[in-house]
Write a new protein. Structure first.
Length: 197
């Protein structure tokens, strides 16, 4: 184990004594799941099972990705290195006896919706660099309204920085629940609009 992986939250939890249900409860209360720490992402599942896997469609990453149960508790984990700036949609597959179940991650509130259903989603470090630049530049221009956004702020207009913001009043996040055919049928919640002066 390297120094970097030794410092991961899940590895610090494994070293706790006693490692019991109350310790796991406290850990999950203060840790957003999956836990993204630099390039490492820790996927978790809590519950009784014979086997648990992370299922995803990321080229170059193992699929299915097996989780291992922590000794003495009902918490399962696996650590994966995610490419910087990536967005990963996934589900958990759980085997109990002869029964297999595929579910969205009950510990992760973030969902992505498509015509074939929903998936849990995790954002790797660096996924929102444009959004951070845009908000900082807007603040420098004196804009004080709240900024809301969806899955990553992308697009040529947003990448032009200060010039792109000079004539805008703010960002409006649309959540109509309607499907948007121009964006592959994605939920309109992924759309961002800028209010022009």
């Amino acid at each position: 184990m390297t120094t970097a992986t030794r410092r991961l939250a899940i590895n610090r939890l494994k070293e706790r004594r006693p490692l019991d249900t109350a310790t796991v409860d406290r850990f999950l209360q203060r840790s957003p799941v999956p836990i993204v720490e630099g390039r490492h992402c820790t996927f978790l599942f809590r519950g009784e099972a014979d086997e648990v896997w992370v299922r995803h469609r990321v080229t170059g990453l193992p699929d299915p990705l097996p989780l291992r149960r922590l000794r003495g508790v009902d918490l399962w984990s696996v650590v994966l290195e995610l490419p910087e700036g990536s967005r990963v949609e996934y589900q958990l597959e759980i085997r109990r006896g002869e029964t297999f179940e595929r579910i969205n991650d009950p510990l992760n509130p973030h969902r992505s919706h498509s015509p074939v259903g929903s998936s849990s989603v995790v954002f790797a470090t660096g996924y929102y660099p444009e959004a951070a630049v845009i908000v900082r530049q807007a603040r420098e221009l004196g804009m004080k309204m709240p900024f809301l956004g969806g899955d990553g702020w992308v697009g040529d207009a947003l990448k032009n920085g200060r010039e792109a913001l000079a004539n805008f009043l703010g960002v409006v996040f649309c959540r109509t629940g309607q499907k948007d055919p121009e964006h592959g049928g994605s939920d309109a919640a992924h759309q961002i609009f800028l209010a022009h002066r």
